[in-house]
Design a protein around this ligand. Structure first.
Ligand code: EZ4
Ligand code: CO
Length: 415
């Protein structure tokens, strides 16, 4: 009853992933996800550094191993550290579930609901292509849709399929947005951002969507850290009539949490924050002052199930809910971890879901299901994902950094 072997894989079936496999002396294996989009090799190297420290430890003692890696590193927090700790943590929960013959959500207190409301990513370069994209999600059964739109005069905007891929010629009208593998380069592509154009455009887009689809579907939107606090306050107020489920990352709050106070004072549009926050401690002010409504962290970027469970339990006392990050750069292993935790906690809100590519799903065999707009982690012991190492080896790592943003005058800005 000890950890015998720790393997780290970097594979690129459609996009880059960092996979951790822990094997015990009884031959039980567990999987973890340490994918850090654009900085994958740093997370893989961190795992290789801590791998020898895990050998011989009792795999049952998840909390103790978590504390050993977190406090024992001396250097706490940070995306690379927390992604690596997350991978170890999820792999250990996977092992515990397999040893006991139960799905991980059972170990977390059992199912609190029958399925997880999920949202897909719709986008358009104009209203007709946006409507096509929304229709394609509604046809698949989605009850909630994220809406992103191109901006007039701006060649390429975050979250918009046609525009994101325009520079590589890989764009498909009305199809999904995915930054990687559209851009496999060593040096990031640069994009342009203009808040005035954005604030002048988006309210009209939401109005057009509500006029066409009515109030029955949940609409979400990602501002992707780009507005100043006062711009975000004004934007939230402007879009109140369109009843958004949330506006996400309206202003960068990961460094200065107090920036959200001014937004909160001015708008009732719900606020989701935190896909790049990597520690529960970075949420303490946000939760205590009720400056957010949805926690955006992914289990894989925020210390794993152990740490996220604590964070969500604390959030529950303020009626703050989950909205875990679920883009394709969270691997199927990480996605499954999100789903097990989401199914168990009382304060689940919504789960983001971008289906992985067929290439990715050939390497990762998942058992989670999508029915009528709801995800379920499945009932296999552990987290329920298998990893085909042989096939993974056929997809070597390829550099693919995220884009860099500049304002019209060339100033570097949040992407
Ligand atoms: O930009 O996953 O809400 N989703 C997002 C994502 C992130 C990417 C970064 O790795 O903001 O699209
Ligand atoms: Co986001």
């Amino acid at each position: 009853m000890a950890i015998e072997k720790v393997d780290v894989f970097v594979t690129s079936p459609g996009r880059n992933f960092v996979v951790l496999k822990i094997t015990t002396t009884d031959g039980v294996t567990g999987l973890g996800d340490a994918t850090l989009n654009g900085r994958e090799l740093a997370a893989a190297q961190y795992l290789k550094t801590i791998a020898p420290m895990l050998i011989g430890k009792n795999e049952d003692n998840i909390e103790d191993i978590w504390q050993y890696l977190y406090k024992g590193a001396y250097w706490k927090r940070g995306p690379v550290t927390m992604a690596a700790i997350s991978a170890v943590d999820v792999a250990l929960w996977d092992i515990k579930g397999k040893k006991l013959g139960v799905p991980v959500y059972d170990l977390l207190g059992g199912a609190s609901r029958t399925g997880l409301l999920t949202y897909g990513h719709a986008s358009g370069v104009d209203l007709p292509s946006l409507f096509d994209s929304i229709d394609s999600y509604l046809d698949k059964g989605f009850k909630a849709v994220r809406v992103q739109s191109a901006l007039p005069g701006i060649p390429s905007t975050y979250g918009v399929a046609g525009s994101a891929n325009a520079q590589t010629g890989k764009g498909e009208k009305g199809m999904r947005y995915d930054y990687e593998p559209a851009r496999r380069t060593e040096v990031p592509v640069e994009e342009v951002w203009d808040a005035r154009t954005y604030m002048n455009t988006l309210p009209g887009v939401f109005e057009a969507v509500r006029n066409k689809y009515g109030n029955g579907i949940a609409l979400l939107h990602d501002c992707h850290h780009r507005l100043s606090p006062i711009q975000a306050a004004r934007f939230g107020k402007m879009i109140e009539p369109y009843d958004l489920f949330w506006m996400e990352d309206c202003t960068p709050a990961e460094e200065n949490q107090e920036m959200l106070r001014v937004v909160r004072e001015h708008t009732t549009t719900p606020i989701a924050i935190g896909e790049i926050i990597n520690s529960a401690t970075d949420y303490l002010t946000l939760i205590k002052e009720q400056l957010l409504d949805y926690v955006r962290s992914a289990v894989t970027h925020t210390g794993g199930i152990t740490h996220m469970k604590k964070l969500m339990d604390y959030a529950s006392f303020y009626d703050i809910k989950s909205g875990f990050h679920g883009p394709t750069d969270v691997s199927p292993v990480g996605m499954a971890a999100n789903l097990h935790l989401g199914l168990a906690i009382p304060n689940f809100g919504i789960q983001e879901y971008m289906r992985h590519s067929d290439e990715t799903l050939d390497v990762f065999h998942t058992s989670y299901t999508f029915t009528d707009g709801m995800l379920h982690p499945g009932n296999k012991p552990g987290i329920g994902v298998e990893f085909d190492e042989k096939l993974a080896a056929k997809f070597p790592y390829q550099p693919a950094p995220l884009p860099v943003d500049r304002l019209l005058d060339g100033t570097v800005h949040e992407w």
